[in-house]
Design a protein around this ligand. Structure first.
Ligand SMILES: [Zn+2]
Length: 247
């Protein structure tokens, strides 16, 4: 069965991998004998190592790689499908950007329809063959770019409908800013008027009140002198009464 080393290697590989328990299934078990303990142990080690390394590790490694490869392919397919559903093929703008302003389906069907571009290219190629002299500058330019595989003419990252909407939004934003500026100016004017009123009427009232208070304080300060004079007069009357001869 194993006449050369190479034939032996192939046989071990072929029969060993196809057997559930490894090469030991094919070459048979080594019976224990007290005379050949070393041979028995060597066979045990060989059979077990073949089973662990080839059957458990290597085969599972290969299965794992195959499953991983399929998984990667599936992920790639899912990513591609997501891209097709959610990104415009022509401009590359995402569905979410369109949904904020308009309809994505409408955009991909009416504005950036893939087939319209394909038809246009076919039309240009055919027109060049049939009536080259009737081609316009734009048609010549697009065809020329297409033939050298340059896609500058494709509106990558651009959409007329979105640009129009952005323009409108910018105009309304500018209007809003102007409105806010006017309001701020109005508020500033109000503040100036209020401060003027405060300076004139309120501060005037305050000044009058302070002056009135000052007058009262001055009157209060005069009172002791007045009282002292009263006291003096009372003392004079008392003195004159005392000076009168008693009857
Ligand atoms: Zn588009």
């Amino acid at each position: 069965m194993c006449e050369t080393a190479f034939a032996c290697f192939l046989n071990v590989l072929n029969l060993g991998l196809r057997s559930g328990g490894g090469i030991a299934d094919v070459i048979g078990a080594q019976p224990y004998s007290s005379d050949h303990v070393g041979l028995f142990v060597a066979r045990v080690i060989f059979d077990l190592s073949f089973f662990i390394i080839m059957i458990i590790l290597l085969l599972n490694l290969i299965f794992g790689m195959i499953i991983d490869a399929f998984g990667e392919l599936r992920d790639q397919k899912t990513r591609d499908e997501e891209d097709q559903k959610n990104i415009c093929f022509i401009c590359g703008i995402e569905r979410s950007e369109f949904e904020r302003h308009c309809n994505f389906e409408e955009h991909t069907v009416e504005e950036h329809n893939i087939w319209s571009y394909v038809f246009y290219l076919v039309y240009l190629v055919e027109k060049q063959k049939i009536s080259k002299t009737e081609m316009t500058d734009i048609e010549n330019l697009v065809l020329e770019r297409y033939l050298i595989k340059s896609y500058e003419w494709v509106p990558v990252g651009k959409s007329l409908s979105l640009e129009k909407i952005y323009e409108k939004e910018n105009v309304s934003k500018e209007d809003n800013i102007e409105l806010i500026q006017k309001k701020v100016e109005g508020i500033q004017q109000d503040v100036v008027n209020l401060s003027k009123q405060l300076n004139t009427s309120l501060i005037g009232d305050l000044k009058a009140s302070i002056q009135e208070l000052n007058g009262k304080v001055q009157v209060n300060q005069k009172q002791p002198a007045y009282i002292q004079e009263l006291f003096r007069k009372v003392e004079d009357i008392q003195r004159s009464l005392a000076a009168r001869p008693s009857q």
